[in-house]
Design a protein around this ligand. Structure first.
Ligand code: CA
Length: 95
C-alpha cells in the first residue's frame, strides 16, 4: 500500500480498536473516545485537563446528538485537527 493508503487504514484501525471495547462496536461511547484521545492524540489532550472541557469537546463532536461518536463524526474531528495542524505548520514555516 502507498503511504496515504496506510494512513487511511491506520485511522480506521484506531477507531475500531477503541469502538469495539464496549457496547456498539461501530460507535465510540464517551469513555472510549476519552481513551482514544488520551492514547492516540496525547499532544492535543494534554491541554484538556478537566472533565467539563472534555464534555464540551464530546458535545461538539456529537453532531447528531446521540451521545456517541460514530465513524463519520470521528472523521470530521480528525479532519479539523489535521487542518489545524497544517495551518500551524504553514505559519510556522513563514517565520
Ligand atoms: Ca453521534
Amino acid at each position: 500500500m502507498s503511504e496515504l493508503e496506510n494512513c487511511l487504514n491506520s485511522i480506521i484501525h484506531i477507531f475500531h480498536k477503541y469502538s469495539e471495547k464496549e457496547g456498539d462496536k461501530n460507535m465510540l461511547k464517551k469513555s472510549e473516545l476519552k481513551e482514544l484521545l488520551t492514547h492516540e492524540l496525547p499532544s492535543l489532550t494534554q491541554h484538556i485537563k478537566d472533565q467539563s472541557s472534555f464534555d464540551s469537546l464530546m458535545e461538539g463532536l456529537d453532531t447528531d446528538g446521540d451521545t456517541e461518536c460514530d465513524f463519520q463524526e470521528f472523521m470530521t474531528f480528525i479532519t479539523m485537527v489535521t487542518i489545524c495542524c497544517h495551518e500551524f505548520f504553514e505559519h510556522h514555516d513563514d517565520e
